[in-house]
Design a protein around this ligand. Structure first.
Ligand code: F1P
Length: 352
């Protein structure tokens, strides 16, 4: 519920549509290096890894830079190919995650330049990097990351926009549109919280579901993964996130009348394809909860439940589409009597 403030804080002082250079603190000195990079490697764990997957789409789409997103816990034990002109971006809420820290040290030993996107000022990861941008969201109070995700995505979006602007891969018009729309996001998120009761009603219906599937395409694919992770973490319901187009390569076998399927179906360039994925699930009697853009008149007639999110620029979609998924997990967990702040088996920062 803090997110209208924390998303706002993550852009405050950094963003002026009339400014040629976004104010990105220590990173500002590295903008040329970033703009010239042939490759960005992102290392992170859990929710922060999902923010990294969003960043992959952003940097590729806006700045045309090749991006690889690595689980830090795998990367650190491989012998990855890292070159001196690679930029490694480490993302971490706590700034203390042992796997992410080890991945940074490995990349550093191979000569890469390391940037950090962390919530906690002065944390071990922030100190281990060459430069970085704090999210300004503050640490999470609970264990599961929620505001950290949207704050990380906000900061990564600003970095991608600034890089694209420096490279000339986006027009002045797009640059301005994106920054102006970013400033509208906190108010749009606030509006979604006002309609949270609808999500509570859906949560009530699915409180005792045993499984969930989350499907999305493009920028909504990492959001599907994040929705599934939130549900697992705080309600202990088994949930899988998939790219919607992968469904036919396996998970479709799971669909029947007992399977709730959450579709990220906002009005974007994947819309028509998502509509046909929804038809495939409905034909197999899956129970569909669709996250749609407000005013959508097609999908509500096809599915069991609809949750509307405000319209925004496609690039900024994850900042609005993740909110109903966090709320759905939250209400289901509370209805199941779970401790949402301190889920079983989870540590706030995984330091071993
Ligand atoms: C990564 C993370 C969180 C998750 C849980 C365990 O932490 O996987 O995403 O919610 O708290 O740790 P961090 O590196 O982002 O602090």
């Amino acid at each position: 519920f803090e997110q209208p403030r924390s998303i706002g804080d993550s852009m405050r002082g950094r963003l002026r549509a009339d400014d040629v250079h976004l104010q990105l603190g220590g990173l500002s000195n590295y903008m040329d290096k970033l703009a010239e990079a042939e490759r960005i490697v992102i290392v992170a764990c859990g929710t922060s890894w999902h923010a990294g997957l969003v960043a992959e789409y952003l940097f590729e789409e806006l700045a045309r830079i090749n991006v690889e997103v690595e689980y830090a816990s795998e990367f650190r034990y491989r012998n990855p190919v890292i070159k001196e002109n690679d930029i490694v971006i480490a993302i971490s809420q706590s700034g203390e995650t042992a796997d992410t820290l080890a991945a940074i040290e490995l990349a550093k030993s191979k000569g890469a330049t390391i940037f950090g996107v962390c919530n906690v000022v002065g944390s071990s990861i922030a100190r281990a990097t060459h430069a970085g941008a704090y999210t300004h969201a503050g640490p999470e109070i609970g264990v599961a990351s929620t505001k950290a995700f949207t704050a990380q995505v906000t900061v990564l979006t600003l970095i991608a926009i600034a890089t694209a602007k420096r490279k000339g891969t986006i027009s002045e018009e797009t640059y301005r549109q994106l920054l102006i729309e970013l400033e509208n996001i906190p108010a749009k998120v606030e509006k979604m919280f006002e309609n949270a009761d609808k999500i509570k009603e859906i949560a009530f219906i699915f409180t005792y579901a045993r499984n969930f599937i989350y499907l999305g395409r493009g920028l909504n694919f990492p959001v599907a993964l994040e929705g599934a992770l939130k549900l697992k973490e705080i309600s202990y319901i088994h949930a899988e996130g998939y790219p919607a187009a992968e469904m036919k390569h396996g998970p479709i076998a799971l669909i029947d009348e007992d399977m709730p399927v959450v579709f990220l179906a906002t009005r974007d360039s994947s819309y028509e394809k998502i509509v046909s994925n929804i038809q495939e699930v409905k034909a197999r009697k899956g129970r569909v909860i669709a996250i749609v853009t407000e005013g959508d008149t097609l999908i509500p007639g096809m599915v069991d439940f609809v949750i509307e999110v405000p319209n925004t620029h496609e690039i900024l979609t994850p900042l609005v589409s993740v909110i109903p998924l966090q709320l759905l997990s939250y209400y289901i967990a509370v209805m199941r009597g779970r401790n949402v702040d301190q889920p079983r088996n989870l540590a706030k920062s995984v330091t071993v």
